[in-house]
Design a protein around this ligand. Sequence first.
Ligand SMILES: [Zn+2]
Ligand SMILES: [Zn+2]
Ligand SMILES: [Zn+2]
Length: 105
Amino acid sequence: MNGWHETYNDYPGPDVVCGHLATIAVPPGPDPAVACVDCLREGTMWVELRRCLVCGETRCCESSPRRHGRAHYDQTGHAVIANQSGGEPWGWCYEDGMPLTPDVS
Ligand SMILES: [Zn+2]
Ligand SMILES: [Zn+2]
Ligand SMILES: [Zn+2]
């Protein structure tokens, strides 16, 4: 649904289903944003970038000092994000701890 599906049928559990696929409003594909807006404002540096698949905003990853992507989820409830730093495309649901894969790459 909406261009993304769960990467594994039985992870983290056979009966666990990500209910957030329906909230995805941004199709797979790179976002033109190349910076975390919150890092720019605070003068911090990110490690990698993640894009919110609900509103399309780009913020930094869990390994970044300020974890703005996680903060965005905490503030907005937007649970699903996608890698924005190149390589194989993948997504993640913060709430379910569930890896996601685009339907087409
Ligand atoms: Zn979910
Ligand atoms: Zn940041
Ligand atoms: Zn968002």
